[in-house]
Design a protein around this ligand. Structure first.
Ligand SMILES: Nc1ncnc2c1ncn2[C@@H]1O[C@H](COP(=O)(O)O)[C@@H](OP(=O)(O)O)[C@H]1O
Ligand SMILES: [Mg+2]
Length: 429
């Protein structure tokens, strides 16, 4: 092809740009915008969530594919909430694990209701709320602890601040998704006190139990870091970090699962669920989220070989009534006692079958943070969760489950049968 033929138009285009320099600028801008949008799906849009809270993440393909779990990649609904909640729980669990390994009292102080709280509870709550404030700044929070005891105890405050300051995920991008570090001690106290919402049936409310099963935590048993999102009173996202449960979903519940835990390697699992999307488990890690696996409850073919879980603390659940219920159902195995919502996680993955929580007092009201995550995880794994009257747990009443009494959780197919035995023994029929 003659050289002149191809050079002609090129030369005239070059002249055009020389005579109209603004064209060069416009073209460069267009190229830049195009470049940004082609990489937006993996890097830019998720970061906008940091600026716009839940508005953006809820409608974007959850953050980066590297951190997105199998569950999250399948759908975009609550994907950002699910990812942030799991990472926040994972980070908080790094703090609680550090305290768990400490010998002695773990900085325990008694609360007004005489229940214990440790430096781990305060620190984990501060870290979780820091992530929620960064990513979903408009959401309300119902959390178990408040900062009042720390304002008057400088030594306790400093100890917790050190833990909070030093705990971060060892993956920079994952840590970035949680909004980074807490600014200073005052900020830490303010974060802890953001958990004082009254809850209720309207809007988005996160509920946090930074260490569920504090007595188990102090004893060296099971405990859980629990986080759930309620929308208009219904649980939409639930996450439980259980540092002392085996990773293997198929590992049977041993009689000693609730005791003598040493935070050994190879343990630690995160359970999660999103409404209508199933339940999942994955190893509890230290950085980005590990790959998750779908979990489901085990169908009970023979009631005689079923196992049921209950609290270690006889003051939290009536153990003698539970034994009578088990006998009525023909269950032959002794109960598996363990602290915390690890019970919900354990039956959701089929390691155990039934969870009974039978009131020990007429006046005690269960707290929403003790049940919200576990309730959704069990229901999404194919279970049914009600109180002893057969009513669904109502998380829209306020900070407590004021209209419910106890918990009966079982695979959906046998829940009716279990509830009947519960009601016969409790004289509710
Ligand atoms: N009388 C009671 N009846 C039922 N639950 C109670 C109770 N007193 C305290 N609890 C709750 O039981 C939770 C522990 O449950 P479990 O026995 O399944 O481990 C505690 O959570 P924390 O440990 O977060 O304070 C606390 O909220
Ligand atoms: Mg609790």
């Amino acid at each position: 092809m003659p050289v002149g033929k191809s050079e002609g138009p090129l030369r005239s285009r070059a002249n055009l740009f020389r005579t109209h320099p603004s064209l060069t600028i416009i073209l460069s801008l267009l190229i830049l915008i195009l470049a940004i949008f082609t990489s937006a799906s993996t890097s830019v849009i998720p970061r906008l969530g940091l600026l716009f809270g839940h508005l953006t993440p809820r409608h974007t393909p959850a953050t980066t594919t590297r951190h997105v779990t199998t569950a999250a990649t399948m759908t975009t609904i609550y994907a950002a909430e699910l990812e942030v909640a799991q990472l926040a729980v994972q980070r908080a669990a790094q703090l609680t694990k550090r305290v768990f390994r400490e010998k002695g009292t773990k900085g325990a102080v008694a609360k007004d209701d005489a229940s214990p709280v440790t430096v781990g509870d305060f620190g984990a709550q501060a870290l979780i709320i820091a992530a929620l404030r960064a990513r979903f700044p408009h959401d309300a929070i119902v959390a178990e602890e408040e900062a009042a005891p720390l304002r008057t105890d400088a030594a306790l405050r400093e100890r917790i601040w050190r833990l909070v300051r030093e705990t971060r995920l060892d993956d920079v991008a994952a840590e970035g998704l949680l909004g980074g570090a807490v600014a200073d001690v005052e900020d830490m106290l303010a974060l802890i006190d953001r958990g004082k919402s009254e809850g209720g049936r309207r809007g988005r409310v996160w509920t946090i139990d930074p260490i569920d099963g504090t007595k188990g935590f102090l004893r060296g048993g099971q405990y859980a870091v629990a986080l759930a999102l309620l929308e208009n009173g219904d649980v939409k996202v639930g996450v439980l970090g259980c540092p002392n449960l085996p990773v293997d979903d198929a590992a049977p519940l041993t009689a000693d699962i609730g005791a003598n835990q040493t935070d050994e390697e190879g343990r630690g699992v995160i359970f999660s669920a999103v409404i209508g999307q199933g339940a999942w488990s994955r190893p509890l890690g230290t950085g980005a989220l590990a790959e998750g696996k779908r979990i489901s409850m085990k169908p009970i073919t023979e009631m005689s070989s079923a196992s049921f879980c209950e609290s270690v603390e006889a003051g939290h659940s009536n153990q003698s009534e539970a034994a009578q219920i088990a006998q009525k159902l023909g269950i032959t195995k002794p109960s598996v006692r363990m602290d915390s919502q690890a019970k919900y996680g354990s039956i959701a993955r089929g390691a155990g079958d039934i969870y009974l929580r039978l009131p020990t007092s007429k006046t005690y009201q269960e707290k929403i943070w003790d049940h919200a995550a576990g309730d959704l995880i069990v229901r999404e794994a194919g279970g049914q969760v009600t109180d002893t009257k057969g009513q669904r747990l109502d998380f829209g009443v306020g900070r407590t489950l004021a209209t419910n009494s106890g918990v009966v959780a079982a695979p959906a197919a046998v829940h009716g049968q279990v509830l009947e035995a519960v009601q016969e023994v409790l004289g509710l029929k």
